[in-house]
Write a protein of this length. Structure first.
Length: 59
């Protein structure tokens, strides 16, 4: 469940644990993970649009 919890926190779906220790390096790491996850999702959406939506429009 740890991975799903992290995805929820990165996508702002779930609140962070208030008891978790907060360090500057953890903020940096979570910020970079959040950016990379968002970029991955945007790329996945672009690929799906190119593969499925554009061929249906061209017909």
């Amino acid at each position: 469940m740890g991975i799903l919890k992290q995805f929820g926190e990165y996508l702002y779906i779930k609140k962070k644990d208030p008891n978790e220790p907060k360090t500057q390096w953890m903020k940096y790491m979570h910020g970079m993970n959040r950016i990379s996850l968002m970029m991955f999702l945007v790329g996945l959406i672009v690929i799906l649009v190119k593969l499925f939506i554009l061929p249906m429009i061209k017909k």
